[in-house]
Design a binder for this molecule. Structure first.
Ligand SMILES: [Zn+2]
Length: 274
């Protein structure tokens, strides 16, 4: 994360911006020459491309992302966003132990800095920690420019690495799942791969436990990556229900996560969710 890496990464990100603006420039030139229909067509296609790539969480238009586990064996992965939380994290760790599950915790840097012992406890209990930005700007993350994105993602990486130097995050998940054309450039420079999901119950915004778990159950199958949250009114109940659901379906992987994600050859990147 030195200054040279940062400068090279930001140059690449702004180069993407220039490339993205070229169709807009072409549309202006066409309009100026009186070719209104062609100008409108170019503008519409360019605008739609940028919009779709930005607002659809698992869209791979701007870069690769992991949305499912490798095929060939029976397993699912539980991922838990927005921690650590002083009450929920210890309770969820006990639930995971009881059901024999290993999970990935996508942690917010500011919360991790406030509760470093919880971060160390997550790692000590055999789970993986992931980068979920330093301040979790959920509603505006998609609109951040490269310098702001670098600050958010690299600060979280530094925070988590300083707490667990032997376990630097290998995966990134954008807040609310939204990203933009600059995010893959920055995550790549920081050595992170984006890990999304294939099953979620919207427990970050809903509190109906039955509705949340039914939605996840409908999408739970081998290869699924399940998303749930800490720091919600139903966090512990959701974790208990979903962990039990994965264990009952015999989808709990007995392998260490380091083995599952050990190399590119075992990871399915850029593929649609099941
Ligand atoms: Zn989040």
């Amino acid at each position: 994360m030195n200054a040279t890496t940062r400068a090279r990464c930001l140059r690449a990100a702004y180069a993407r911006m220039v490339v993205a603006l070229l169709p807009m420039l072409l549309a202006v030139i066409l309009a100026w020459r009186g070719q209104s229909f062609a100008a409108l067509a170019v503008f519409t296609v360019a605008f739609a491309t940028v919009t779709v790539g930005t607002i659809i969480p698992r869209c791979t238009l701007f870069g690769r992302m992991i949305t499912t586990l490798p095929a060939g064996k029976r397993h699912a992965l539980l991922t838990i966003d927005d921690g650590p939380h002083p009450e929920h994290t210890p309770a969820i760790l006990d639930i995971l132990d009881r059901h024999g599950l290993k999970a990935v915790f996508f942690l917010i840097g500011d919360r991790a800095a406030a509760h470093p012992a919880l971060v160390r406890e997550i790692v000590a209990r055999g789970h993986e920690i992931g980068n979920h930005t330093q301040t979790h700007p959920a509603y505006r993350f998609w609109s951040l420019h490269p310098v702001q994105l670098w600050r958010e993602i690299s600060a979280c990486q530094q925070t988590l690495t300083s707490i667990c130097p032997d376990h630097p995050p290998r995966f990134f998940r954008p807040p609310a799942g939204h990203h933009n054309m600059f995010v893959p450039v920055i995550t790549r420079a920081l050595g992170l791969r984006t890990l999304m999901w294939s099953a979620r119950g919207f427990d970050g915004v809903k509190t109906d436990l039955e509705l949340i778990t039914n939605r996840i159950r409908a999408r739970l199958r081998s290869g699924a990556i399940v998303l749930i949250h800490e720091a919600t009114p139903v966090a512990v109940q959701v974790a208990e229900s979903v962990a039990a659901m994965i264990a009952e379906a015999e989808l709990a992987s007995t392998e260490p996560l380091a083995h599952t994600f050990g190399g590119d050859e075992v990871v399915v990147e850029g593929r649609g969710a099941p």
